[in-house]
Design a protein around this ligand. Structure first.
Ligand code: GDP
Length: 606
């Protein structure tokens, strides 16, 4: 071998996802260059600092006799936090646990009344003093109900639909305790009802069914009950354990009954307790960039109490909590378990589903955030790069270029960006077409987004956002396409269509040959005839042609209407031979012009 890399004897090497050969070399006390050489011997060209795919790391490990274990982002984060003396899984003493409100997500088929229901619950609960005050959308809100003589709170995630729910879960964050499944009584169980139900069941979250629109004359709430039994949701009155509540979100009928059912379900099937004291932890529900206030994020406290002045880290964002606002935009000084608050003072916008925690001091918060950012970048690079092996390279060359659609997603709130990304990556077209999302973010489309798009041939998707500053001009200059959307489904549909469009036969131009015009004859019958010498390839009758003068195309879309060798008609004339070419109605031909002929061929699929 002679490359000098040490050989292991099955020692375990733990490497973070996206580690580089330098990182690997570090762990086994080797020279990074020797690992580059080893990888080259294995047929893979990797630089020392480039972040590697899982496959590469495992392959190299096996080759060198090390048992490489790739550490998942979650484990890695735990390890990172442990270095800062933060243990997310620390046992909590029973006596510290206190009851906390349930957190509810509303899901269901489109138009079945999710938004209306969230509005109804929110406004049903606006206390007298705040009657005039508008409840602000901060991504979640809390309502209070009287239950068994006690004042009980319920927290609602204010983004209906299962996209946000799934995106959060995909990141390992579970914010929801109970799902309210809205089914319109006049429409019954629909595809997204089932989807929502599947998501809730997969997350093992209990469901309360809100049978909505019972004010409608054609409402059939019993049919909904019957339909859902097929999916394992059996109503209590039929002997099951799922609560079904007939409501009308629009006419505000029985909203109390629904809230009651949520509490009964929570009490019956969940142990909702959390420590109210101590260092807070939780989850970011959404975030956006506010013109005046900078990055703002709605967080849901899950354990402990968050206070103004705390040094907070949320995903890769950090900062000191400058102020906290509730859903009425009233300042709050502290927030306990299940309390959603809008946090001001972060340095960046966290993503929906990012966990947050509080560090001892600003410096620690910053260090954690920075290490997370670095890790994310490395992981993203590893994902986007794939394996550039000699083998795959050759395959790609052999099979023709791979078709891919590269996107940059920008949206108004992190929830929508994540939901969109989540839905887009699920689009199934075919292996031939690849969708790559190379960047996503919250806020206007900036010049740096455009530059990135230009560099990577990407299309920019703006969801409820527009360009800022000079980025529109820049996009025009760079030829970057920007598409704006306000409805997620529309974006998904169009991108799906675009992906499918790529599968339609594509034609490419193939040059057949060129001929130089030596003489021009005028014929009363045919117009101009170019006496030419075929310089390259061949000229074919009925072939497409263009006329080039001094290197510039002067006429395109022409056809070789007539082709003659001396006095005989010819179908083809090859390089080195003279011929007469007639371009139909096109007569502006000069000596010295070049006639280029080409044909359109269907591009072979890779
Ligand atoms: P979402 O797509 O599930 O969020 O549905 P929306 O809340 O936007 O409601 C869809 C439509 O149904 C709107 O036109 C609502 O006004 C209407 N709607 C919602 N709830 C009720 C209800 O209880 N009764 C009636 N009649 N219409 C309702």
């Amino acid at each position: 071998m002679g490359s000098g890399a040490p050989r292991g004897q099955g020692q375990v090497i733990r490497l973070p996802r996206g580690a580089s050969l330098s990182d690997f070399a570090d762990r086994i006390d080797a020279n990074p260059g020797s690992l580059v050489q080893e990888m080259f011997n294995l047929g893979d060209m990797v630089t020392a600092t480039q972040s590697c795919s899982d496959e590469t790391l495992l392959l190299l490990g096996e080759h060198l006799g090390f048992d490489v274990q790739i550490v998942s982002p979650e484990d890695e984060d735990r390890e990172l936090l442990k270095r800062f003396d933060i243990d997310l899984d620390a046992e909590i003493d029973e006596e510290r646990l206190v009851a906390r409100p349930p957190v509810v997500t509303v899901m269901g088929h489109v138009d079945h009344g999710k938004t209306k229901l969230l509005d109804a619950i929110r406004s049903a609960n606006v206390v007298a003093g705040e009657a005039g005050g508008i409840t602000q959308h901060i991504g979640a809100y809390q309502v209070h109900v009287e239950h068994d003589g006690n004042d009980r709170a319920i927290t609602f995630i204010d983004t209906p639909g299962h996209e946000a729910f799934t995106a959060m879960r995909a990141r390992g964050a579970q914010a929801t305790d109970i799902v309210v499944l809205v089914v319109a009584a006049d429409d019954g169980v629909m595809p997204q009802t089932i989807e929502a139900l599947n998501h809730a069941q997969a997350a093992e979250v209990p469901i309360v069914v809100a049978v909505n629109k019972i004010d409608k004359p054609d409402a059939n709430p019993d049919k909904v009950r019957q339909q859902l039994t097929e999916y394992g949701l059996v109503a209590e009155e039929y002997g099951g354990d799922t609560m079904f509540v007939n409501i009308s979100a629009k006419s505000r009928i029985n909203i109390d009954g629904l809230l009651e059912a949520v509490l009964l379900t929570a009490d019956a099937s969940l142990d909702l307790r959390a420590p109210a004291d101590g260092a807070p932890q939780g989850i970011a529900i959404e975030g956006h960039l506010d013109r005046g206030r900078g990055p703002v994020a709605t967080v849901l406290v899950q354990k402990g109490t968050l206070n103004v002045g705390d040094a907070i880290v949320a995903g890769g964002a950090y900062g000191r909590v400058r102020a906290m606002l509730d859903e009425h935009h009233k300042p709050v000084a502290s927030a306990g378990p299940a309390r959603p608050v809008l946090v001001l003072g972060l340095t960046a916008v966290p993503g929906a589903g990012d966990t947050f925690l509080v560090a001892d001091d600003d410096r620690t918060a910053r260090q954690i955030a920075e290490q997370r950012q670095a890790r994310r970048r490395a992981a993203q690079m590893a994902n986007s790069r794939g394996r550039a092996t000699l083998e795959t390279l050759m395959e790609q060359i052999k099979e023709g270029e791979k078709t891919s659609l590269t996107l940059i997603l920008k949206g108004d709130v992190s929830g929508s960006v994540e939901a969109l990304e989540d839905a887009l990556v699920k689009i199934e077209v075919s292996d031939e077409v690849q969708l790559k999302i190379i960047h996503r973010g919250v806020g206007a489309i900036t010049e740096s987004d455009i530059m990135l798009a230009s560099a990577s041939d990407a299309v920019v998707i703006g969801f409820n956002v527009r360009t800022e500053g000079k980025s529109r001009e820049l996009a025009e200059r760079e030829g970057v396409e920007i598409r704006y959307y306000t409805v997620i489904y529309q974006a998904i549909e169009e991108i799906e269509a675009a992906l499918k469009g790529m599968l339609k036969p594509e034609f490419e131009e193939v040059e057949l040959g060129t001929a130089e015009v030596r003489e021009v004859f005028k014929s009363s019958r045919f117009g101009s005839i170019a006496g030419s010498l075929v310089r390259s390839g061949l000229i074919r009758r009925n072939g497409k042609a263009r006329l080039i003068r001094d290197g510039a195309v002067v006429a395109d879309n022409l056809t070789v209407v007539g082709l003659r060798r001396f006095t005989d008609d010819a179908t083809e004339v090859r390089e080195g031979f003279e011929c007469g070419i007639n371009l139909g109605n096109y007569n502006d031909i000069n000596v010295g012009d070049v006639i280029e002929t080409f044909e359109m061929r269907e591009k072979p699929r890779s």
